[in-house]
Design a protein around this ligand. Structure first.
Ligand SMILES: NC(=O)c1ccc[n+]([C@@H]2O[C@H](COP(=O)([O-])OP(=O)(O)OC[C@H]3O[C@@H](n4cnc5c(N)ncnc54)[C@H](O)[C@@H]3O)[C@@H](O)[C@H]2O)c1
Ligand SMILES: [Zn+2]
Length: 398
């Protein structure tokens, strides 16, 4: 090749790599998952290699101690009964429940240390039994240790069973930002055991219902009507109503993740996060004194009113949504909502920028075009939002 011809050769060559990985995992609904004769857990662990004895480390939310004091022994007994399929390299490990476990890396490191000490490999299991916070922290460790150890979730709160536990995310809070560090990592399996819900404090039972109202409002008018028809049973935590609500809500979340086209949220939208832009801000403004679901209920009420003021939602539907939330036990105002900054602006409005920052891209807020219909908008009129806040405040003091 002449020097001229060589110089004319392009200096850049781009080869496109492309592949896709199908994800599949079971979400099992059962009761008494650690009862010796319940095969659900054994079947889940053995589903790929039925003839093997599987190593599994269990991390258990210490909030379960009160209502399920014998849980660690029960897990050990289950493993003993199924010892042909299951081996515990150590007794179940208690970890702090609630947001504490996500507040610093100390607990993540200590869970990692346990996996290191026990020589947990990528074909072993890391099983998390607990609320959404424990699942998030243990899930992060499982996803990053050896670049991914099989992870089984056994959610024990309403919110974790009907929303976070069946999803594909994990994370902990750093730099004062919620879920600042985390990954998208589908679990190996999820087992929802209704027996755990019985011991949950009423406050957490109520809080978890916010996500059911949320997903009904943006995706399923019939489910919303079902919640309205069953609000007496739900407000009194009647078993059948609660179990059905959890299962339907989990199904709608799974559907969105599986069929919504963006399971790992690469776009600018968070289609399931109706009412969440203000909720996240409210959670941090109250230093997590408000539960996630409690903040979401307020956020949904605010955005329902805004949807009416923006001409998207029929007048009166905002009141209908608020009435249902209140009947279920939610309070739709918190003093932190009224907090203003040095410039006199409502601090909560900073939540719009923070919501956008978490994803990047264009601001995308889900509002309501009707009961059962989410609508994405890319701008929020602050005057109109202030009016929505004033309405909510007046309603609360009426
Ligand atoms: N990964 C996701 O996709 C996702 C989605 C939504 C929320 N989340 C996260 O989930 C967390 C909230 O989860 P949560 O609402 O399950 O609350 P939580 O995990 O904070 O638990 C609340 C309290 O209940 C206790 N507890 C758990 N199960 C219990 C039971 N059966 N009986 C009695 N007490 C019990 C816990 O110890 C804790 O004190 C937040 O950190 C939130 O960011 C994650
Ligand atoms: Zn939520």
């Amino acid at each position: 090749m002449s020097p001229d011809a060589r110089a004319a050769q392009p200096r850049t060559a781009t080869h496109w790599q492309r592949f896709s990985v199908p994800y599949e995992f079971p979400v099992v609904f059962t009761e008494g998952v650690f009862d010796a004769d319940n095969p659900a857990l054994r079947e889940v662990l053995a589903r790929l290699e039925p003839a093997k004895r599987h190593r599994a480390v269990f991390f258990v939310d210490d909030g379960l101690k009160a209502g399920h004091a014998a849980l660690p022994e029960q897990i050990a007994r289950y493993a003993e009964r199924h010892r042909d399929a299951l081996e515990l390299p150590c007794p179940p490990v208690l970890v702090p429940g609630g947001e504490k476990i996500k507040a610093e890396l100390h607990f993540v490191e200590s869970i990692q240390q346990t996996l290191f000490d026990l020589h947990i490999d990528r074909h072993s299991y890391v099983v998390a039994v607990g609320g959404g916070a424990v699942l998030d922290a243990v899930g992060l460790v499982a996803a990053t240790t050896h670049r991914g150890v099989r992870h089984v979730r056994i959610p024990t709160t309403v919110l974790a069973q009907n929303d976070s536990g069946v999803g594909v995310k994990n994370g902990v809070n750093l730099q004062g930002v919620k879920n600042f560090v985390g990954t998208f990592a589908p679990p190996f399996a999820v087992i929802n055991d209704y027996a755990f819900i019985a011991t949950l404090p009423e406050r957490d039972k109520i809080a978890g219902m916010a996500e059911a109202v949320k997903v009904a409002l943006i995706r399923d008018a019939e489910f919303f009507a079902w919640i309205e028809r069953n609000m007496d049973g739900l407000a009194t935590f009647e078993r059948q109503a609660m179990a059905t609500m959890i299962r339907r809500c989990a199904g709608l979340h799974m559907r969105q993740i599986g069929l919504g086209g963006d399971p790992f949220e690469t776009g600018s939208a968070r289609p399931l996060d109706y009412g969440h832009w203000s909720a996240h801000k409210l959670e941090s403004l109250t230093r997590h004194h408000l539960r996630h679901g409690e903040a979401v209920a307020i956020g949904m009420a605010l955005d329902a009113r805004y949807s009416v003021l923006a001409g998207l939602l029929a007048p009166g539907e905002d009141e209908r949504i608020c009435a249902l939330l209140e009947y279920l036990g939610f309070s739709l105002w918190h003093p932190a909502l009224g907090k203003t900054g040095a410039n006199g602006e409502w601090t909560i409005l900073e939540g719009l920028r923070e919501f956008q920052e978490h994803l990047g891209g264009e601001l995308t807020i889900t509002l309501l075009g009707g009961i059962g219909t989410g609508v994405e908008v890319h701008a929020i009129d602050r005057e109109c939002m202030r009016a929505a806040m004033a309405w909510l405040k007046d309603r609360a003091s009426a």
